[in-house]
Design a protein around this ligand. Sequence first.
Ligand SMILES: Nc1ncnc2c1ncn2[C@@H]1O[C@H](COP(=O)(O)OP(=O)(O)OP(=O)(O)O)[C@@H](O)[C@H]1O
Ligand SMILES: Nc1ccn([C@@H]2O[C@H](COP(=O)(O)O)[C@@H](O)[C@H]2O)c(=O)n1
Length: 228
Amino acid sequence: MSKIIVALDGFSSCGKSTTAKRVAATLHYAFIDTGAMYRAVALYFHRHAVEVSDAEAVEYALKHIEITFAFNVGRQASDTILNGENVEQEIRKMFISEIVSQVAAIPAVRHAMVAQQQKMGEKKGIVMDGRDIGTVVFPQAELKIFMTAQPNIRAQRRKLELLQKGEDLPLEEIVENLRMRDEIDSNRTEGPLKRADDAIDLDTSFRSMDEQVNFVLDHVRRVQREKK
Ligand SMILES: Nc1ncnc2c1ncn2[C@@H]1O[C@H](COP(=O)(O)OP(=O)(O)OP(=O)(O)O)[C@@H](O)[C@H]1O
Ligand SMILES: Nc1ccn([C@@H]2O[C@H](COP(=O)(O)O)[C@@H](O)[C@H]2O)c(=O)n1
């Protein structure tokens, strides 16, 4: 079966990463969570007090950031490594969610991340999730899915996830964070969150995880059949 690129884009917390991870595992494809890369950059900026408006400091910082992934057998998922340090837990915290969209809106940051992501997909056989995968990173992807879910459902799911990781936050704070990130992500000039014209819509509001994974896998098989 020929290998393809699967691009999953959409709003915050609508199930992109969990779906992408399971689709990739089923297909024996690589899975890249590009949000983790922007989160790692945001963590570096936070730790080194890099101002998003200071172009020189941003350029300097980007030269000193190396992001890699290491498979964690216990989690059966990749951990994000920033300059040799495992930052997987740190980047998922709310303080990073509060700053990441401002960092991800910087054109120089996007250029650096997009170049790495394109390299990762050179050999195809990859499932990548983010905001601009089907529009900017891989406009030639054979399958593009645009995921949505109702804001209150997304917030409830994220609240539960954060609680399981030890962060108990008011639902209103999570609702506001998702709204704020979606707005910044949708309105930036470089690589905005946008549905590709040839994307297939997937609303996960009332679907189970299995249903949304199977929805994507059915489309992968269709695309593979059509390629034969
Ligand atoms: N169909 C579903 N039913 C219930 N929970 C779900 C469903 N899909 C995803 N979730 C849960 O919702 C939360 C958010 O999912 P996930 O992290 O995959 O979203 P995302 O779109 O990648 O978010 P972000 O863009 O913020 O990284 C997770 O806790 C996940 O387990
Ligand atoms: N392709 C992408 C992916 C993510 N971002 C930015 O990172 C933030 C965090 O992403 P999550 O998927 O972990 O929620 C997101 O809000 C975007 O600001 C991006 O710009 N492009």
